[in-house]
Design a protein around this ligand. Structure first.
Ligand SMILES: C[S@@+](CC[C@H](N)C(=O)[O-])C[C@H]1O[C@@H](n2cnc3c(N)ncnc32)[C@H](O)[C@@H]1O
Length: 187
């Protein structure tokens, strides 16, 4: 069986909970797969103000739940999910089938130009968010919103920092707006 289809149980040290990865751990650049709960997805898309004008990029879209919600329930103009695991991409494609405003790119998000995004959604680790700062500064225009689940972008000042509790666990949604609201951006 190819490694990509195996599925490995393990722990995501920064998150402290169990995850299911669809591929080998050593192939993972950012966080392994751990899906955002629908409550968290709703909070992220609400706080980012996603609407019919939005162009949303989900970096590491996993099973495509954020992409499907933004496209179907928020009617975003365009939603792009990028995922390195081909197994998860297949699930994301099935979940977004028929949604003409949604697409899934299989690959590394480092290689995808984000410049048209008005909203970027993230559920990566703090260290991965720190690594992504350079890409955000190069590619995102002023006013673009970044909304991150649980982990902040080290050194950047959020415009909103919200803590929620659903029936199972607490989660955080952290919002950044490129430009004037992020004085720590250069760091
Ligand atoms: C914690 S999961 C989040 C999934 C989804 N965004 C959500 O919130 O439900 C992180 C995902 O990022 C993917 N990922 C990590 N690094 C990546 C990279 N460099 N390029 C594309 N996908 C990546 C992983 O395969 C995993 O599916």
């Amino acid at each position: 069986m190819p490694a990509e289809t195996m599925g490995v149980r393990g722990r995501w040290p920064e998150a402290g909970h169990t995850y299911l990865v669809a591929g080998p751990l050593w192939g993972t650049v950012g966080a392994p797969f751990y899906p955002s709960h629908e409550f968290a997805i709703r909070s992220m898309l609400d706080l980012a103000g996603v609407n019919s004008d939005s162009v949303v990029y989900d970096l590491g879209c996993g099973d495509g739940a954020i992409v499907a919600a933004a496209a179907r329930h928020y009617g975003a103009r365009k939603v792009v999910g990028i995922e390195q695991s081909n197994r998860l991409c297949a699930i994301a494609l099935a979940k977004t089938r028929g949604l003409r405003n949604a697409s899934i790119i299989e690959g590394n998000y480092d290689d995808v130009d984000l410049s048209e995004a008005s909203v970027v959604t993230l559920y990566q680790s703090a260290s991965e968010n720190a690594r992504l700062k350079g890409k955000f500064l190069r590619e995102l225009s002023e006013g673009t919103t970044i909304v991150s689940h649980d982990y902040g972008i080290p050194g950047w000042h959020p415009t909103q920092f919200c803590t929620f509790k659903d029936h199972r666990r607490g989660y955080r949604v952290i919002v950044y707006v490129m430009g004037s609201q992020t004085p720590g951006q250069g760091t």
